[in-house]
Design a protein around this ligand. Structure first.
Ligand code: GYE
Length: 341
C-alpha cells in the first residue's frame, strides 16, 4: 500500500516536472517568435497606402503594382487600405496611418480638394506624404513630398491631336463633327486634366461641336447608362471621347445595342484612355479607334523615390510615368502578350 502510494507520487511528480518544462519551452519559443517579428518589422520601412477604390481595370493594375513593390522581400511592411471611392474613408485611413506612426504615407487622392487639414496633421507628425496617380490642390506644396503619376492634361491633348489628324485623313476636317464626352470622377485629377487637354485642342476647331459631356464615374455600368441617354438625345453622334476604358466598354455596348456601329469601319469614332489589355484587344480588332495609354505600374517609381528619400537625396515635386498612344497600326501581338493588365 505504502509502496503503491509512493510510486504514484513519483509519477505525478514526473508529470508535473515535464508539464512545467514544456510550458517553459513553449513560452520561450513564443517570446522568440514575437521578438523576431518585432525585430524584422522594426528593420523594415513601414508604408501606409490609401488606395482610392477599385472602380476600374486600371485601378486593379495600379494596386497590384504597389502591392508587388512594397513586399517584405524588398524590406517593407505594407499597410494597405481601400477607400471605396469615398474621401472620408481616405481621411480615416490617413489618420490611422499617422497614429500608427508609419514611416511613409502614400495615397491616391480621389478628388483634388479637401486635403489641407489631414496633410497638415501628417506634416506635424513628421511623416512624409507621397501622392500616387492623382494630385491634390493645396496652396502649401510642402504638405507633400512628391507626386508619381501621369500628365493628364497631356493625355487629353494627345486625344485631341489624334482626332485632328484622323479627321484630316478622313477628309472631314472642315465638316461639322458631333462629339460627346464621358468624363470620370468629377474633381479628380484625371478628369480635370483630360477634360482640359482635350478642350484646348477642341477650342481651335469651330467645326467640333461638343454636344454634351457627362460624368460616368470611370465605371462600365455608368458608361453604358450615360451613353444610352446620349444616344436617345442625339441621333447624330460622330465621336465618343471616353475618359477610361471601363466607361468605353459600357458605351460600346450601348451603341451596338442601339444598332449603330463603332471603330475603324463603323460610323462612330471611339477615343479611350488607359489602354488596359481588354481595350487593346479591341484596338487591334478596330473596335476602339485610339487608346491613350495611362501607365498604372507606379510601384517601381515609388520604390525609387523612397530609396532616394532614405538616402537623404532631394526629390522632384513630380515624376511622370512613361506613356504611349495606341491605334490599330501599333498594337502588335507581342504587345498584347506582354500586357499583364
Ligand atoms: O484612368 C481610371 C481610374 O486616375 C488615372 O482612374 C486614374 C484613372 C484611370 O479609375 O481608369
Amino acid at each position: 500500500m505504502f509502496r503503491k502510494r509512493s510510486y504514484s507520487l513519483i509519477v505525478v511528480g514526473l508529470l508535473f516536472v515535464m508539464t512545467m518544462a514544456l510550458l517553459l519551452y513553449g513560452s520561450r519559443l513564443f517570446t522568440n517568435i514575437e521578438e523576431e517579428a518585432h525585430m524584422t518589422q522594426e528593420n523594415r520601412i513601414v508604408v501606409g497606402v490609401s488606395q482610392l477604390g477599385s472602380e476600374s481595370g486600371w485601378r486593379t493594375a495600379n494596386t497590384e503594382s504597389v502591392q508587388n513593390a512594397f513586399t517584405r522581400h524588398n524590406g517593407y511592411f505594407l499597410i494597405y487600405n481601400n477607400a471605396r471611392q469615398k474621401q472620408e474613408n481616405q481621411l480615416k485611413a490617413i489618420r490611422s496611418f499617422i497614429s500608427q506612426r508609419v514611416d511613409y504615407i502614400i495615397f491616391s487622392p480621389v478628388v483634388e480638394t479637401g486635403w489641407e487639414t489631414v496633410l497638415q496633421e501628417a506634416k506635424q507628425a513628421g511623416i512624409p506624404v507621397i501622392l500616387m496617380d492623382r494630385n491634390v490642390d493645396v496652396e502649401d506644396e510642402s504638405l507633400y513630398v512628391t507626386c508619381v503619376g501621369s500628365d493628364f492634361e497631356e493625355e487629353g491633348e494627345k486625344a485631341g491631336r489624334w482626332l485632328e489628324r484622323e479627321l484630316v485623313r478622313q477628309r472631314r476636317s472642315s465638316q461639322s463633327v458631333n462629339i460627346v464626352i464621358l468624363t470620370g470622377t468629377e474633381g479628380s485629377s484625371s478628369q480635370i486634366g483630360r477634360s482640359a487637354g482635350f478642350a484646348a485642342v477642341a477650342d481651335r476647331h469651330a467645326n467640333w461641336n461638343i454636344l454634351e459631356e457627362k460624368c460616368a464615374e470611370f465605371t462600365s455600368t455608368k458608361g453604358k447608362e450615360v451613353m444610352k441617354t446620349f444616344l436617345k438625345r442625339y441621333p447624330d453622334i460622330d465621336v465618343v471621347v471616353s475618359q477610361n476604358d471601363d466607361m468605353t466598354f459600357g458605351a460600346i455596348e450601348a451603341i451596338e445595342e442601339s444598332g449603330r456601329t463603332v471603330g475603324v469601319d463603323g460610323d462612330i469614332i471611339i477615343l479611350s484612355f488607359d489602354a488596359v489589355r481588354g481595350a487593346l484587344d479591341m484596338v487591334a480588332d478596330g473596335v476602339i479607334n485610339v487608346d491613350i495609354e495611362c501607365n498604372p505600374n507606379q510601384g517601381e517609381y515609388l520604390l525609387r523615390v523612397i530609396d532616394m528619400l532614405e538616402a537623404g537625396e532631394k526629390v522632384e515635386k513630380k515624376y511622370y510615368v512613361e506613356e504611349d498612344i495606341f491605334t490599330i497600326d501599333n498594337v502588335t501581338q507581342e504587345l498584347l502578350q506582354e500586357r499583364t493588365y
